[in-house]
Structures are given as C-alpha cells and as structure tokens.
Design a protein around this ligand. Structure first.
Ligand SMILES: Cc1cc2nc3c(=O)[nH]c(=O)nc-3n(C[C@H](O)[C@H](O)[C@H](O)COP(=O)(O)O)c2cc1C
Length: 354
C-alpha cells in the first residue's frame, strides 16, 4: 500500500514525497526573464516540504506567452536566471520541474488581476496569435492565424530548444503543457481544430502535433529524467474531447516514452460547465492510470491531507499536485505530514515551530 509521504522514484529522480506544487503562472516578468519573485515563490514551497515544485507555463516562443509578462525560455539568456530557481528548489529538498508551453489562440491577454482581457491591436504589447484553425477562443479574443505545416515544424523546434534550455538550467522534471486550451490541446479538440490536413480530422491526426513534440523532446531530454505531459482529460462538453479520448492519447504518450500524465481538464471552451467539487478531476487520473498503465498525477481542488492520502492510497494516482492551496499554505506538506502521523519534512531552522 502506498502513502502520500512515501518517496516516488521515476527514472533516476526520487521525490521525497508525492506532494507536488502545480505549475502556476505568476505573470510577473519582463521579456520572459525569471526574477526574484519566481525564486521566492517556488523556493518557499520547497522549504514547505513539497517533493516536486513545477515552475509555471514557460513560453517556448514570445508569441506563445499568455500575457506579455509571462516567463519564457525562448532565448539562451533566459537560462541563467532560471538556474537561480533550480538552485533554491534543490537546496531545499524538492525536485525542480518546469512546464514548457505555447499559449496558441489564448495568447496575448492581460494579467488576470487587470481583467485578463485580450490586448488590443495598436497597443505596443499586442502581437498576432496562432492556432489550429481560425476559430477564436471567445468573442473578445483574436481570431488566430491557422498554422501552416512549416510553421508547426518550426514550433516543434521551439519546444526542443525549450527542453534543451530547461536541461541547461538544471531542471530535472519536464512537463509539456498539453492542456487548458493552449496550442497543443487546441489541436487535440475537435471543437477548436477543423483542419483538413494531416493535423486535423480523426483523433490520430489531431494528437499528431502533441505526439511529435513529445517525440522530438524525448530525443533531447535525457532518458534518466522524467518527461511528463499535462492533458485536459475532458472538455466537459458533448462532442468535445473526453476521458475515453484521453485513454487513447495516454497510451500513445506512453509509447513515446512519457513517464507520467498530469491529468487536468477543461480550458479550451469558454462556456464549458466545469465542476467545482473537491477532487473533481481525480477520476481522470484514475481512469488514465488504470486504462493506459501509466503513472498519473491528480490535480484540482485537492486541499486536505486526508483527501490527498486517499488518492495515493486508493491507487487513483501516483502523485498529487496542489495549486491554490499551495498559494494559501506554502507549508502544506509539513502540516499534512504531521496530520497523517508521518515525519514532517521540516527544515531545521523551522523545527521549533512544528
Ligand atoms: C494563479 C494560477 C496560475 C496557473 N497557471 C498554470 C500554469 O502555468 N500551467 C498549468 O498547467 N496550470 C496552471 N494553473 C492551474 C493549476 O496548475 C491547477 O491545475 C488548478 O489551479 C487546479 O488545482 P487547484 O484546485 O489545486 O488550484 C494555474 C492556476 C492558478 C490558480
């Protein structure tokens, strides 16, 4: 029987426990450069005892940023500041992970706290966005330029370069962002991809771009390090991508050498009725784990120690990722270990507090 505070070994990497910090955009950077905020934000959560800390969606090209303020990895100069993040996370006992991403048709919007609306053409921060088909995410969003096959190849290269730079920065866990309506997932969904070429139509065609990126990246990302993919397991919409499709995709990802599938959902359809009950996505992690025989991470409204322990204990997932609860409580893992009667991962400087 496996528990939340048992280590997880994947390839040469050992997480001290199965608590991970879910990638969370901070929209706090200039020209894609990591900074003190990211060091503190992620470092604090390593100090807080998490086994894995995944740096937020990191853009593989400038037009693949969600906002003009996203962190990025499209230039060699981005590597050095990211090394500081890696160092502080590792020094504090967690494995440093990074999510590499391209926002596709959802790119070029403002920070959420300024309303998150699309940047208007004519604004110096505006750029034209790209996607699978010329279908906008919402009435307000730009209609994306449909990528040509040559442009798709170019973006595959950007992902490869992003992976190489992630390695150079010292990250030991790589997640490809294949969820939430961003570029790679927007190709997978029949509702946002209406292409007539080899990247559109049947499921095998719609997942082609994601699989190609995975294959390309696996070639440069060392075999000894975990390669993972975040998927949107369902779009919560009749006629959209569903859990059965995810099982097919997960099997294909496994064949390409993916070590773990991070099972999120939604994000591609503005009006999808996404549930808001605790652990609302755990069933996806469980279905993928059992159906595809691959390790999974569960994420989404997981907030209590008992809930997280149950997910691991029942075999629904191999790893639990927390997002917003980690923002509220950076020491969540220490507190959860204490609650579960396990040795808490407390740094010695803080021992008198726990
Ligand atoms: C502020 C914020 C930023 C986020 N940024 C990302 C991101 O960069 N990449 C990603 O895959 N998901 C992102 N998400 C989604 C979270 O990783 C997580 O999957 C989601 O919040 C559900 O988990 P939770 O209920 O524990 O917060 C973000 C969520 C929040 C709240």
């Amino acid at each position: 029987m496996t528990h939340l505070f048992d280590p997880l070994k994947i390839k040469d990497i050992i997480l001290r426990n199965r608590v991970g910090v879910s990638p969370m955009c901070q929209y706090s950077y200039t020209d894609g450069f990591s900074n003190d905020w990211q060091v503190i934000h992620l470092g604090a959560r390593a100090v807080g005892g998490a086994g894995l800390v995944i740096a937020e969606a990191t853009a593989v090209e400038a037009r693949g940023r969600i906002t003009p303020f996203d962190v990025g990895i499209w230039r060699d100069e981005h590597i050095d500041p990211l090394r500081r993040v890696v160092k502080v996370v590792k020094e504090n006992g967690a494995v440093p992970g990074i999510q590499i991403a391209h926002a596709g048709r959802k790119a070029c919007v403002g920070q959420p706290w300024t309303g998150g609306r699309p940047v208007q053409e004519g604004d110096p921060l505006w750029w034209p966005v790209v996607g699978a088909s010329p279908i906008a995410f919402s009435e307000e969003h730009q209609v994306p330029n449909e990528l040509t096959v040559e442009e798709i190849s170019a973006i595959r290269k950007r992902f490869v370069e992003g992976a190489q730079r992630s390695l150079a920065a010292g990250f030991e866990w790589l997640e490809i962002h294949g969820a939430h309506g961003y570029l790679l997932q927007s190709f997978c969904s029949p509702l946002s991809n209406q292409r007539g070429d080899q990247y559109g139509g049947v499921l095998e065609n719609r997942v082609r771009f994601l699989l190609e990126v995975v294959r390309d990246v696996r070639r440069v990302w060392p075999e000894r390090l975990p390669l993972t993919v975040r998927i949107s397991g369902t779009e919560w919409m009749e006629g959209g991508w569903n859990v059965q499709d995810s099982l097919v995709l997960a099997r294909l990802l496994k064949e390409e050498g993916v070590d773990l599938v991070d099972c999120s959902s939604a994000g591609n359809l503005e009006k999808a009725p996404v549930p808001t009950d605790p652990g609302y996505q755990v069933h996806i992690a469980e279905a993928v784990r059992r159906g595809a025989g691959i390790l999974t991470a569960a994420v989404g409204l997981i907030t209590t120690a008992q809930q997280a322990e149950e997910i691991i204990h029942s075999g629904s997932a191999d790893l639990v990722l927390l997002g917003r609860e980690m923002l509220r409580s950076p020491y969540w893992a220490i507190l959860a270990a204490k609650e579960l009667g396990q040795a808490p991962p407390v740094p010695p400087q803080y021992l008198r507090a726990f």
